[in-house]
Design a protein around this ligand. Structure first.
Ligand SMILES: [Zn+2]
Ligand SMILES: [Zn+2]
Length: 721
């Protein structure tokens, strides 16, 4: 008999050779029908996917997956990738399949096919897929020992599958037949897992085809990536397609250009954002909204330069380890960059010849008191080279603000009475994202973090974390982003990447949990998702079309205080180590505003709109009054644009609507006579004529950065009382 332990710790006994499907049937017919796969753990405790039909791996912990579980869609989508691959192979038998994983929102299959697929081919492929789905064929797994499996793949002559098989671990290779038995149906090399049969695919769609390089390497062959998605029912697919359509309409790159918020200019550089005046207004307002609250939370402003010495980043650990994601360092002298490259190569274990090392050292021997024997061992020369590079004034564009803030903390002696020290800066940092990854405002190479670093005693940590959580909510609530949850990233004691300090982990993780609990928010915990230096909280925000975004983050850090040997004098007069907190409620201003543009579809609330009122005159006769109205509105702090040109009123209003201006105010002779205005609001139907004084009062009331936040807080209070 096999003993199977279920998630609720109950145990069931089944005969040898029983499958997860047998187990489901043993529990009940409802579950037998709903189950689509399983995860089993035995021996080492690691969960592995398991098809329903595969015999259980002996005594084990088992978790059945039904279509209500998060993993179910992933299993369904990967299975649909098999079906799509078969359909493409049926239509174009010369297709060579490469790799077909599930991804966020769907799946893709990379294929090598000379015929270039276009969207016109999708209906044909989908019809063939539908045929396969209708046949409700089972996914059948069979295994071969490695040698025999490789032999079979060689015979089939698909070099990509051979390569995949070489990379696969274990002594056996597994294949999946879309049908009852091997040989009679289409099959694919795969580790699994899959849904029981193709009939479970309720709805699917091919979304696009794009170019993709083998292993993402531009030097390798260009393949075609066919992207699709699948769901258990048509309703979910329809909702998803609507969401994609909404997302396209809201694309911040399109709206940002139309509203004149920002520009991306290849002459300036990939991923480097130019904020135009209207975008700069939005950013300024957001920064001020946060700045005011920082004062109330006891933060102190600081400024730090955009570059720093390499030694600073050597101390923090950002150089040379994260060199690949940074702009190359700047050196005072030519030759240093080449020498650094040789040192990096040597340290990475690459082949470095004595000749190339001597050549790289050449510009430095003799000139600065360095004498290196050309016949010395490479290891000695590398040490000398590192010494030279340490003396060399090399600089890095700032990839992180933390090291600079740490040096501000270290610039004077600190006593326990000074703590917590909270240093805040809207600090611009630079990262070298791959050009293929750079996109709009959301993936850029230069961005500004609303950064702050808190230096506190371990006892103060929990209070500081709670205050950071509160601050993040202040920001999200203020922008009407009211649907959010938090994810707590905990360490995994079995993972060697985490610092070995059980007490610090225990204390800081308890502090983070408590801080979140006090806030009353729902939270999920994920083991192994902490930063290597401490646990963290991430805010996951749902925008108005249901997409999840990871925004604000709060992290505890025990490592940087050690790297920089930070201390404070305790009440016992001894030196103690402070704990650091990194936090950024917006994250990056660029990315946040990109998301905000999509969330509002460019219809910023009044307080955030770059142009709040457009005053448009009907004719020459109302120009003077138009100017007076604009003047009066500016006096109460409104951002007003005046259109007193000779253009007709229709096009003037059209221009205002295209800018998504919250209020278009029309003035003609009649209005001038009675000191009135005709107001056409963006968010309400129809226009009406009211006295100018009434408009002024209304705008004064409505132009409130805290209106949305109060509304959210009241709703929450109402819901909980
Ligand atoms: Zn598969
Ligand atoms: Zn930091």
């Amino acid at each position: 008999m096999i003993r199977v332990t279920l998630p609720d710790n109950s145990v069931r006994e089944l005969p040898e050779g029983a499958s997860a499907a047998d187990l489901a049937a043993d529990i009940g017919p409802g579950l037998a029908k709903a189950a689509i796969g399983a995860f089993a753990a035995n021996g080492d405790g690691e969960e592995r996917p398991l098809d329903l039909a595969t015999p259980l791996p002996g005594d084990c912990n088992l978790r059945l997956v039904t279509n209500r579980d998060d993993e179910a869609l992933t299993i369904l989508r990967h299975s649909t990738a098999h079906v799509m691959a078969e359909a493409i192979c049926n239509i174009w038998p010369e297709t060579k399949l490469v790799y077909g994983p599930p991804v966020e929102g769907g799946f893709y299959y990379d294929i090598d096919l000379d015929y270039k697929l276009t969207p016109d081919d999708f209906p044909k492929i989908e019809a063939e897929m539908q045929r396969i789905v209708k046949e409700a064929r089972p996914f059948t797994r069979y295994e071969m020992d490695r040698a025999a499996g490789m032999e079979k793949l060689k015979k089939e002559g698909n070099p990509y599958k051979l390569e995949n098989a070489e990379r696969a671990k274990g002594d056996v290779l597994s294949f999946y037949v879309t049908g009852a038995e091997p040989g009679a149906f289409w099959e694919d090399l795969c580790m699994g897992t899959h849904i029981p049969d193709t009939g479970r695919i309720g709805a699917f769609k091919i979304l696009s085809v794009s170019g993709a390089f083998l292993h993402g390497d531009a030097k390798k062959k260009q393949l075609q990536r066919v992207n699709g998605t699948a769901f258990f029912n048509k309703k979910d697919l329809k909702a998803y397609l609507t969401q994609l359509e909404e997302a396209r309409k809201r694309d911040h790159r399109k709206i940002g250009t139309e509203l004149g918020l920002f520009a991306l200019d290849p002459l300036v550089g990939t991923g480097l954002v130019l904020w135009k005046p209207r975008g700069a207004i939005v950013r300024n307002l957001l920064e001020n909204y946060l700045r005011e609250e920082l004062v109330r939370h006891g933060y102190l402003p600081v400024y730090s330069p955009n570059i720093g010495r390499l030694d600073l980043y050597r101390t923090s650990g950002h150089f040379p380890y994260y060199q690949d994601s940074q702009y190359p360092p700047m050196y005072d002298r030519p030759g240093a960059a080449a020498l650094q490259a040789i040192v990096d190569a040597y340290e990475a274990g690459e082949d470095v010849t004595a000749a190339s090392l001597n050549e790289a050292l050449e510009p430095f021997t003799g000139c600065c008191g360095v004498q290196i024997d050309a016949s010395a061992l490479n290891a000695e020369k590398i040490e000398a080279a590192k010494e030279i590079l340490r003396d060399e004034e090399g600089y890095l564009l700032k990839p992180m603000n933390c090291p600079h803030h740490i040096r501000i903390y270290a610039s004077e002696p600190r006593s326990y009475r000074d703590l917590p020290v909270r240093l805040a800066e809207f600090g611009t940092v630079y990262r070298y994202e791959q050009s293929g990854e750079v996109s709009g405002l959301t993936r850029v190479r230069g961005f500004t973090q609303d950064d702050a670093h808190i230096f506190c005693t371990p006892e103060q940590l929990q209070g500081e974390l709670a205050s950071c959580v509160q601050l993040t909510r202040y920001v999200l609530d203020g922008l009407g982003l009211k649907d959010y949850r938090v994810r707590i990233g905990l360490h995994d004691p079995d993972d060697g990447k985490y610092i070995d300090n059980p007490q610090a982990w225990a204390e800081s993780e308890a502090a983070i949990r408590e801080a979140v609990k006090l806030s009353g928010m729902t939270a999920t915990e994920e083991k192994g998702e902490a930063a290597f230096y401490g646990p963290k909280i991430d805010f996951v925000v749902k925008d108005c079309i249901g997409r999840d975004w990871q925004l604000g983050t709060v992290q505890a850090d025990y490592i940087q205080p050690i790297n920089f040997d930070l201390s404070y004098t305790g009440s016992d007069n001894k030196a103690h180590r402070p704990v650091m907190v990194h936090r950024a409620p917006f994250g990056s201003m660029e990315r946040f505003i990109g998301i905000l543009i999509e969330h509002f579809e460019g219809n910023f609330p009044l307080w955030l709109a770059p142009v709040q009122v457009l005053v448009a005159t009907i004719s020459e006769k109302s120009v003077d009054y138009g100017r007076e109205v604009a003047e009066q509105l500016r006096k109460i702090g409104m951002r007003v644009e005046l259109d007193d040109s000779a253009e007709r009123i229709g096009p003037k209003k059209h221009y205002g609507r295209s800018l998504k201006v919250p209020y278009i105010v029309v003035v003609g002779e009649k209005e001038a006579e009675s000191k009135a205005v005709n107001v056409d609001p963006r968010d309400r139907d129809g226009s009406k004529t009211i006295p100018l004084t009434e408009l002024i009062e209304m705008l004064k009331q409505e132009n409130d950065p805290h209106a949305l936040r109060r509304q959210n807080e009241n709703e929450r209070a109402g819901a909980s009382s």
